[in-house]
Design a protein around this ligand. Structure first.
Ligand SMILES: [Zn+2]
Length: 142
């Protein structure tokens, strides 16, 4: 396995019902820095400045690490559950963006923040489990 990620490799997660999400197969140091910065920014929000000017960090918002991990990992999504149209009424969805004007919602922070909790937890578990490809044991001989 190449330990320096020079090309972003994706893995497609099938969520069922025609919905899918493309995730980065592996996160990098740059991704980790983004996530850590998000936590750090959140902790500033939770910081309090005393009368003596001393800043006390009152807590870290771990939800920021959760959201930042999803924002940094999700590269694309599609299917009726991510469509600009609401298909809860059973109306047909078209993945080719044809005449019915279907298309995925833009991949924005706001839309990622609006992911339902079950889907978000499912994706986070997959991301945190890491790269599922089998790898050769360290020092093993063929
Ligand atoms: Zn649609």
């Amino acid at each position: 396995m190449r330990r320096v990620v020079t090309d972003v490799e994706l893995r497609r997660v099938d969520l069922g019902d025609g919905d899918w999400v493309d995730l980065k197969r592996r996160l990098t140091v740059a991704d980790r820095e983004y996530i850590n910065n998000a936590v750090s920014e959140a902790s500033k929000i939770g910081a309090r400045e005393g009368d003596d000017g001393e800043v006390t960090v009152t807590g870290v918002n771990w939800a920021s690490a959760f959201g930042a991990t999803l924002r940094r990992s999700i590269v694309a999504w599609g299917g009726p559950g991510f469509c600009v149209h609401d298909h809860e009424d059973g109306s047909p969805h078209s993945d080719d963006g044809g005449s019915n004007g279907c298309g995925p919602l833009p991949l924005t922070s706001a839309h990622i923040a609006a992911l339902d909790d079950g889907t978000a937890n499912r994706l986070a578990a997959i991301i945190n489990a890491g790269d599922p490809r089998p790898r050769k044991e360290e020092g093993a001989h063929p």
